[in-house]
Design a binder for this molecule. Structure first.
Ligand code: SF4
Length: 427
């Protein structure tokens, strides 16, 4: 979401004559997007702020803004610690981006360049924020305190951004919200409707969305994923724990049985669905037996991908206030590695079943002399070709698999263009 928001603000700055520079030291305006979802992320932001402060000492005309979730309601402490920050851009405020940066735009005319509104975007796949904030209060989560209550962007504004990205070279958009399935509930529309409208943008071949919430993923959304050809059969559905007592303490609002039934229904409505999830290990009071319930759930559900993190208490959250962080760090690490070990076996087996099939791959670029891209199921696939295939959907036969990626071989005939309404191949 920070990447999407930062790109939007970059677009606004370009529209008023700004230009991206590769080195921090050369910038007139620096806007740092911050994340505090875990302690390690927060430390990274502090280190970056020190670097920005050093750059500003060398270039006093530099204007600095801090954006993202580190910006609290009360910025006194941040302003005291980092007096060089000129402006705080709160993620709770939904001013048009241009209004948010207006104070930073008081630049000397000689620094300005001609607006380049048709600047191409660097990556084939681009994130687009469609809603902000969250009305839930999972006990470990700091996001609602920083990003505020849930609110949706107007579809007209989102579609304008999607169209602009398509015209500038993007082939895939990833629609983002804290609970993306709830998109539109506050403005009388739905995510399914938005997916249908975004599908009409000719230049865009694929659409994904993140992050889903189990109790909000309803039947109409399943139908939309199953029937809209550009929408990929790929869902991130965080379960967080496989034990009902831990889920209750996290205030997730569902039990494992509900979650598993939902997955069964999704898999029956959406053929070839790939499913990823998020897991927190070492949550307050998590017993060994409760952790083992999580491993057992992984074995039963068999996700394509599991993102696992160690619990890290966030100041101001209910879990940090109510319960001790009582699982030792070493034990958290062990549980994390155990999840990775179990998941590695499951992912290896799932990916192995792809070997021998032909996949439509949206080519993103080259790495170590090989082309790479993603299948509709979001699997990374590497293959060789001496043609420039970036941005095309090409058929690739999977010939090898590991837990993390696939190897393949381009299938003839070599494609030359994308058919807009169905991401298939024309020869
Ligand atoms: S639903 Fe997600 S963003 Fe909202 S409180 Fe829970 S973990 Fe945080």
């Amino acid at each position: 979401m920070n990447t999407a928001d930062a790109r939007r603000i970059g677009d606004e700055l370009e529209a008023v004559g700004g230009m991206a520079v590769p080195h921090l030291e050369d910038a007139d305006i620096v806007i740092l997007y911050s994340c505090v979802v875990r302690h390690a992320a927060q430390e990274t932001v502090h280190n970056e702020l020190i670097r920005v402060g050093q750059a500003k000492r060398q270039r006093p005309s530099m204007r600095v803004a801090l954006a993202g979730c580190m910006v609290e309601d009360d910025t006194v402490e941040l302003a005291r610690r980092y007096p060089f920050i000129d402006r705080f851009l709160s993620p709770k405020t939904d001013l048009p981006v241009r209004d948010q940066v207006v104070d930073l735009l008081d630049l000397d005319e000689r620094y300005r360049v001609d607006p380049s509104d048709a600047e191409r975007v660097g990556l084939v796949s681009q994130p687009v924020t469609i809603s902000q904030g969250c009305n839930r209060r999972c006990t470990y989560c700091v996001i609602p305190f920083r990003r505020g209550d849930e609110r949706s962007r107007h579809p007209r504004e989102i579609l304008r951004e999607v169209r602009s990205l398509g015209q500038r070279g993007a082939k895939e958009v990833v629609l983002l919200g804290q609970i993306v399935d709830r998109y539109g509930k506050d403005i009388g529309t739905t995510l399914g409707q938005l997916l249908a409208e975004a599908s009409e943008v000719d230049e865009i071949a694929r659409i994904r969305f993140l992050t889903s919430y189990p109790v909000d993923f309803d039947g109409p959304l399943m139908e939309a994923v199953a029937t809209l050809p550009k929408v990929c059969e790929d869902v991130n559905l965080p379960v967080q724990a496989g034990d009902d007592a831990v889920l209750r303490r996290m205030a997730r609002g569902y039990k494992t049985m509900f979650y598993e039934r939902l997955v069964d229904e999704m898999r029956s409505v959406i053929p070839r669905l790939s499913l990823s999830t998020d897991i927190i290990v070492g949550f307050c009071g998590e017993l060994e037996a409760q952790f083992e319930n999580t491993l057992a759930l992984l074995e039963r559900v068999r996700f394509d991908v599991v993102h696992v993190a160690m619990y890290s208490p966030r100041p101001g959250t209910a879990s940090a206030r109510l319960w001790p962080d009582d699982v030792p760090q070493e034990e958290k690490k062990r549980r994390l590695h155990e999840v990775e070990r179990v998941q590695s076996g499951i992912a290896g087996e799932i990916n192995g079943r792809v070997v021998g099939t032909t996949q439509d791959v949206l080519v993103e670029g080259q790495r170590k002399g090989k082309w790479f891209g993603r299948t509709r199921n979001n699997k990374l696939l590497f293959f060789s070709s001496d043609r420039d295939l970036a941005g095309l959907v090409v058929p690739v036969e999977a010939t090898g698999a590991s837990s993390w990626s696939l190897q393949g071989q381009l299938v003839d005939p070599v494609p030359t263009r994308i058919i807009p309404h169905a991401p298939r191949i024309a020869s």
